[in-house]
Design a protein around this ligand. Structure first.
Ligand code: FE
Ligand code: FE
Ligand code: ZN
Length: 299
């Protein structure tokens, strides 16, 4: 099982901090942003910390191919007005991923902000064709979106449209997010049907990362609010089937579930749930005391 979570990355500890955090969750995979996702401030990469991180990864069986970088969500390739900025910043981000030594960059396709999905997707294709080079070693994994607001990429058809029209389709893959596809209307209790459709339209080999999240909302509500594993509307058994699916063995599974407050709904002192969620997933048994366990461990 290749499983991990979103982890932090900061200037002081660099990649080494991210690896240590992943190991503390007993993960063999992880995902991070190379800086704050909502701004453009990026620190230079510390070579020494990166080298140390790779030594730790090697020692602990984390394959670099199972490490994912998430592009900042201020990039919006679907918005023509932000085109220049988005293209430049995504180019830079690809360079940073290469410099760090990884090869997978997850990208939200973008929101069309009023011009309609069709135009938005045209713009995404145009922008990607200005970003992607034949030489790059990084594959951009387009994330399946919930369809919140004017998000593009909420159906496999929309993502297929993008892949079919870029100059270098071998530089594009897909990251499937379980919360997002559920919110977009895909019924995860029939996951085999979902995979069959994905394979027919896009090709299963394109699926190179899966975000494992439960959802706070009902199917087809386009809300995009993640929930802890087994505490939402998708449910533990359905998520477990995705995680342990025969055909997805080699695909990294990444948790992006919410941090837990000291009390329900408290926004102060939030603790990461990942160590305990990963344990629960490995045990294949849902734990109704998850929140209690997390609070006791961290407080
Ligand atoms: Fe994402
Ligand atoms: Fe996601
Ligand atoms: Zn989301």
């Amino acid at each position: 099982m290749i499983i991990g979570s979103h982890v932090s990355y900061n200037a002081k500890e660099g990649l080494l901090g991210s690896v240590k955090e992943a190991l503390s969750y007993k993960a063999n995979s992880f995902m991070f942003y190379t800086g704050a996702p909502q701004n453009t401030k990026r620190n230079p990469i510390d070579k020494n910390l990166t080298n140390q991180a790779f030594i730790e990864m090697e020692k602990n069986g984390i394959d670099k191919n199972n490490v994912i970088v998430h592009a900042p969500y201020i990039i919006n390739l679907a918005n023509k007005e932000k085109e220049e900025f988005s293209i430049q910043f995504l180019k830079q981000e690809i360079k940073r991923v290469e410099e760090l030594g990884f090869n997978k960059l997850v990208l939200h396709p973008g929101s069309h902000v009023g011009v309609g999905t069709k135009e938005g997707i045209k713009q995404i294709i145009h922008a990607l064709n200005n970003v992607i080079t034949k030489e790059q070693s990084v594959v951009i994994l387009i994330e399946t979106m919930a369809g919140k607001g004017s998000e593009c990429g909420k159906t496999f058809d929309e993502i297929k449209e993008i892949i079919d029209n870029v100059k270098f389709p071998d530089k594009i893959g897909v990251c499937m997010d379980t919360c997002h596809i559920h919110d977009a209307g895909y019924d995860i209790s029939n996951f085999d049907d979902i995979l069959t459709e994905f394979d027919k339209k896009i090709g299963l080999y394109k699926l190179q990362c899966i975000h494992i999240n439960d959802s706070k909302n009902d199917i087809n509500t386009h809300k995009d609010r993640h929930e802890n594993i087994g505490f939402g509307k998708i449910g533990f058994d359905n998520l477990l089937k995705v995680i342990n699916h025969e055909k997805l063995k080699s695909v990294p599974k990444i948790l992006e579930t919410p941090y837990i407050g000291l009390e329900d709904d408290s926004k102060e002192r939030l603790f990461p749930p990942y160590k305990f969620e990963i344990e629960m997933i490995k045990n294949k048994k849902w734990d109704s005391n998850l929140y209690k366990k997390i609070r006791e461990y961290y407080k």
